[in-house]
Design a protein around this ligand. Structure first.
Ligand code: HEC
Length: 151
């Protein structure tokens, strides 16, 4: 075969197999990716604020407010969409209790959404005591859900 043609054929074969492979990802695995991505972004904004509250990181009101705003934004998306029924399993820390106690899980998600929204608001002020207090309330909502519903 002509060399350029052979290369093109190989490239096409590889591309096709990559596409087929991507399509093989199940709806369940996509949901796991979705919720873990949301939680990763939530954690990435939450952690530096926690370090500032604890004094492990210098308190910078502007940086804190930006993380609080982004946390509020990510938390406001429909995270429940990433929890289709019975989607626990090997690559996930979600417990089966989520679907047995769905109403409680949903209500713990709304608690987090409410408190992160409040945190974004108060972080835009310069009331450091109120900011710290609201960060604590927010952290409680993460813990409440993880304790019961996350491995
Ligand atoms: C309503 C329940 C719920 C709330 C509220 C919640 N989480 Fe989660 N979180 C989960 C579950 C379930 C998992 C495991 C998801 C999986 O592995 O499929 C998880 C996973 C995580 C992860 C690991 C992500 C990964 O890549 O595997 C981080 C980080 C995280 N949560 C941070 C937080 C923080 C910070 C908060 C509070 C601001 C919070 N979560 C609030 C249920 C919750």
């Amino acid at each position: 075969m002509h060399k350029a043609l052979a290369t093109a054929a190989i490239t096409l074969a590889l591309t096709t197999s990559a596409i087929t492979h991507a399509e093989e990802k199940s709806t369940r695995d996509k949901a796991v990716d979705y919720r873990q991505s949301a939680m990763t972004l939530i954690g990435a904004n939450f952690k530096p604020m926690g370090a500032m509250v604890k004094g492990e990181l210098a308190y910078d009101p502007a940086v804190f407010a930006r993380h609080a705003k982004d946390l509020g934004a990510v938390a406001s998306i429909d995270i429940l969409r990433g929890f289709p029924e019975d989607s626990e399993g090997d690559n996930s820390d979600a417990k089966a209790e989520i679907w047995l106690e769905w109403e409680d899980f949903k209500s713990k998600m709304s608690d987090m959404q409410r408190e992160t929204a409040a945190l974004a608001k108060v972080a835009a002020t310069d009331d450091k005591a109120a900011i710290k207090k609201q960060f604590g309330k927010t952290a409680e909502t993460c813990k409440a859900c993880h304790k019961k519903f996350k491995e």
